[in-house]
Design a protein around this ligand. Structure first.
Ligand SMILES: [Zn+2]
Ligand SMILES: [Zn+2]
Length: 271
């Protein structure tokens, strides 16, 4: 049974309106024992109206008070989802900002995610500039590999293969072409003592986990054991979404435990 949701958002994120209290209450109602809030910090996000950053002082003030208020009911952990970047001229600045944030504030847990490639969010297809879906997927994985090799300030990589969500309907991309770079990413993560997350947001909506069962099986075969589970909830009804299905799937793949983090230190719990 999974009783820890390690990827969730609140109104500290540009794309969520949910109060931290409402999300925590929902997690308690669902029987979660540990709940980690990981709001977006995407430094230098290319859309000015969507800054995807928060004030870390206000964040820690609020969440530290809530951790106290909910003690005995749920163990609240304070995390962040950091947007990692690989574009020349941007990456050095983003890296400095990310490292400063993580060293200045006592985060329990840090997700590293790739949300922006070549100064655009691939969610916006009008920004693809004539590039094919296959090119976009390649750019995304190149960017992830760069970040895995060059950033150290994270614990797990977020929603590893989520770029395939954006392949337009009716377009077929042979995803086996990316097996080799995905395997390199997995091996680099393992070698650097980093993990991955099982993101259930699409499983909850009738799709599958990010990354896929196939990638998770390869991660395990390469010796990967650090695995956090996250709903990526932006609204209360998404908290711990499809955790029962994810638990079943992971057991079928041979995993016996999942990871939780406190002050950056990992511990394991039984699936
Ligand atoms: Zn994300
Ligand atoms: Zn997220």
């Amino acid at each position: 049974m999974i009783t820890a949701d390690f990827h969730t958002h609140t109104s500290f994120s540009t794309d969520s309106e949910a109060s931290p209290e409402s999300m925590i209450e929902r997690a308690i109602a669902l029987g979660m024992k540990t709940y980690c809030i990981t709001d977006h910090m995407d430094y230098l996000f290319p859309i000015k109206e969507e800054p995807f950053t928060f004030d870390p002082d206000a964040y820690f003030d609020k969440l530290t008070a809530l951790r106290k208020a909910y003690r005995g009911k749920i163990d609240l952990r304070i995390g962040v989802e950091l947007g990692l970047r690989d574009e020349p001229y941007t990456r050095a600045k983003v890296k400095k900002l990310c490292e400063k944030l993580v060293s200045d504030y006592p985060f329990d847990f840090v997700i590293g995610s790739t949300h922006v490639i070549d100064h655009f969010d691939p969610y916006h297809k009008d920004k693809w500039n004539g590039r094919s879906a296959e090119e976009i997927v390649q750019m995304y994985y190149d960017s992830v590999l760069y970040s895995v090799r060059n950033y150290d300030c994270f614990n797990v990589y977020g929603h590893l293969d989520y770029i395939i969500r954006y392949i337009p309907e009716g377009v077929t991309v042979d995803l086996t072409k990316f097996d080799s770079i995905v395997d390199t990413i997995l091996k680099e993560l393992i070698a650097r003592g980093k993990g991955i997350e099982v993101n259930t947001s699409r499983l909850f909506r009738g799709g599958r986990t990010n990354p896929s069962a196939d990638i998770l099986a390869r991660y395990r075969a390469f010796g990967g054991t650090t695995l956090t589970i996250g709903s990526d909830a932006h609204r209360t009804e998404q908290v711990a979404g499809a955790f029962d299905k994810a638990c079943e799937m992971l057991k079928e793949l041979g995993f016996k435990e999942y990871s939780v983090f406190k002050k950056g230190k990992e511990s394991r719990q039984k699936l």
